[in-house]
Design a protein around this ligand. Structure first.
Ligand code: UDX
Ligand code: ADP
Length: 497
């Protein structure tokens, strides 16, 4: 690798790499933010690098207490076993941010970066106050040189802001290298994503010091990731690549969701179209599942992030192009709710509707931007009575999300919303069953039994295309789903209860 210092070209050699402390048994990492990214990422680093001490800190004492307890603050398949094995060995969870910063060689910033909900850029720009706060804490506390790594998804040039804050607030004699190392893990598969990533991306300064910092971070990943999968770029490319990756994935979902509407109107099947199209190796078959719209903490936020960047750069056609990805997502959610109302004879007022799934995808308890919340909001606005069941999402979380969306208090909501202990309880006496999340257990339910307990005619709306529709039709259900024209002769086989 060739780098530049004071305008002079120099080739990095093995002596420089010794500075990487390859054999330093006391290499210490501090991770600020014990959330969905910081927690699982550090658990894997600590488990793969037993000689590195990893301390994850958070301002939330409650969250840290949960990480140190038998009930981790988040559900992620495979995570609990790993954490319990290495916790207090070389993985620590603490609220003592100052000590962790002071002792660390390398600090990950893994805090939340929500979309701004106030002032300039309201609803578009990323809110960087938590990143800024973390940078200030580092600058005020650190008494020795540090590598600071932005792990949270941040807008392009956030590293510049972090550098400025560190530089203007640092203790005398302390120097910093700031790297970008975006995390590509998806919830529900975080552990396998971390163990076998498609790539690890590290962006840094094109200077000797920058290159050494990149090598130190790369050395950590090299404990389990093949070298050829560790990609190094300049900082801005790294920051932008994360936004672009999420925007492209979101765009694929919006693209297939537009086609789902065409299928419903024409008799084509969106699953068949997705399969046929995805077999083209240039297109690929991933992220082509039509749904009630993408959710999660990243896609919408990052597409808005890109839109905001384009607007700031006065690239209006670029901003408009990406805005359509969000608009289609909103439309898909609304369209699905309309499908339910229309097919229940134009009204769901006082009708009991069973909602299966509240999480934004299966295998997580996370509900951030879950499409289920929006579908529930539309149905509540139409006067429906909802019985919600999700295998992992807590009752308090469901009410918090619905309160936020509807502006109603929990007591007001409880007049129209009940939380069921299982899918059978939710379905009993309901007019319709609405699948919002693709949990595996929903595929294995006894739908014949469920049919016998529901009001007639009984309806199923499959927003995730996970059920056996022919079988459901044979049981007597009226079946409606995203991306497929419903059969003409529904309502024919309905036997009274
Ligand atoms: C995403 C990115 O995949 C990950 O790389 C990044 O680090 C964070 O954002 P995540 O939001 O956890 O991960 O889940 P993902 O599996 O991408 O699903 C996002 C949403 O899209 C979910 O609501 C999911 O149900 C939906 N989706 C996904 C579809 O509707 N159709 C698909 O084909 C795939
Ligand atoms: P992500 O999905 O990006 O991991 P989360 O919201 O799950 O986001 O986690 C971010 C975590 O960062 C939260 O637990 C929050 O309390 C924590 N956090 C935010 N700012 C700070 C800070 N200055 N110091 C320590 N922890 C912080």
């Amino acid at each position: 690798m060739s780098t530049e210092r004071n305008g002079k070209q120099k080739n990095l050699d093995d002596d420089d790499l010794d500075e990487c402390q390859h054999d330093n048994p006391t290499f210490r990492i501090c991770c600020i933010g014990a959330g969905y990214v910081g927690g699982p990422t550090c658990a894997i680093i600590a488990s793969k690098c037993p000689h590195i001490q990893v301390t994850v800190v958070d301002v939330s004492a409650e969250r840290i207490a949960a990480w140190n307890s038998d009930h981790l603050p988040l559900f992620e398949p495979g995570l609990e076993g790993i954490v319990k094995k290495i916790r207090n060995r070389n993985l620590f969870f603490s609220t003592d941010t100052k000590t962790a910063i002071r002792e660390a060689d390398l600090i990950f910033i893994s805090v939340n970066t929500p979309t701004k909900s106030y002032g300039f850029g309201n609803g578009r720009a990323p809110d960087l106050r938590y990143v800024e706060e973390a940078a200030r804490q580092i600058a005020h506390t650190a008494t020795s040189n540090k590598i600071v790594v932005e792990k949270s998804t941040v807008p392009v040039k956030a590293a510049e802001s972090i550098k400025t804050i560190l530089k203007t607030n640092k203790q005398p004699g302390v120097s910093y290298q700031v790297l970008s190392n975006p995390e590509f893990l998806a919830e529900g598969s975080a552990i396998s994503d971390l163990l076998a990533p498609d790539r690890v991306l590290i962006g840094g300064d094109e200077t000797i010091e920058g290159s050494l910092a990149i090598k130190k971070l790369a050395w950590i990943y090299e404990h389990w990731v093949p070298k050829e999968k560790i990609l190094t770029t300049n900082t801005w490319s790294s920051e932008l690549s994360k936004l672009v990756a999420n925007a492209f994935l979101a765009q694929r979902i919006s693209s297939i969701n537009t086609i789902s509407a065409v299928c419903e109107a024409t008799g084509a099947s969106v699953s068949e179209v997705a399969k046929a199209v995805g077999l083209d190796s240039r297109i690929g078959n991933k992220f082509l599942n039509a749904s009630i719209g993408f959710g999660g903490s990243c896609f919408q936020k990052d597409v808005y992030n890109l839109i905001y960047l384009a607007e700031s750069l006065k690239l209006e056609p670029v901003a408009q192009y990406w805005l359509q990805v969000i608009k289609i997502n909103d439309w898909q959610r609304e369209r699905f709710a309309q499908m339910i109302v229309q097919n229940l004879f134009g009204s769901v007022s006082s009708k009991k509707i069973a909602i299966l799934g509240f999480a934004f995808k299966k295998d997580t308890a996370d509900t951030r931007e879950s499409s289920s919340i929006y579908v529930c909001r539309y149905l509540l606005a139409e006067g429906a009575s909802l019985h919600i069941y999700d295998p992992k999402v807590s009752v308090s979380r469901i009410f918090l999300d619905l309160s936020e969306q509807t502006g109603k208090t929990e007591d007001e909501l409880r007049e129209h919303v009940q939380i069921a202990n299982d899918a059978y309880e939710a379905a009993k006496d309901s007019h319709a069953l609405v699948v919002c999340t693709e949990w595996d257990e929903f595929k294995q339910l006894d739908y014949q039994l469920i049919y016998s307990t529901m009001k007639k005619p009984s309806f199923i709306f499959d927003g995730r295309l996970i059920l056996d529709h022919d079988q459901l039709l044979s049981f007597g259900f009226n079946v409606f789903c995203i991306g497929k024209k419903p059969p003409n002769n529904q309502y024919m086989n309905q036997s009274p209860r």
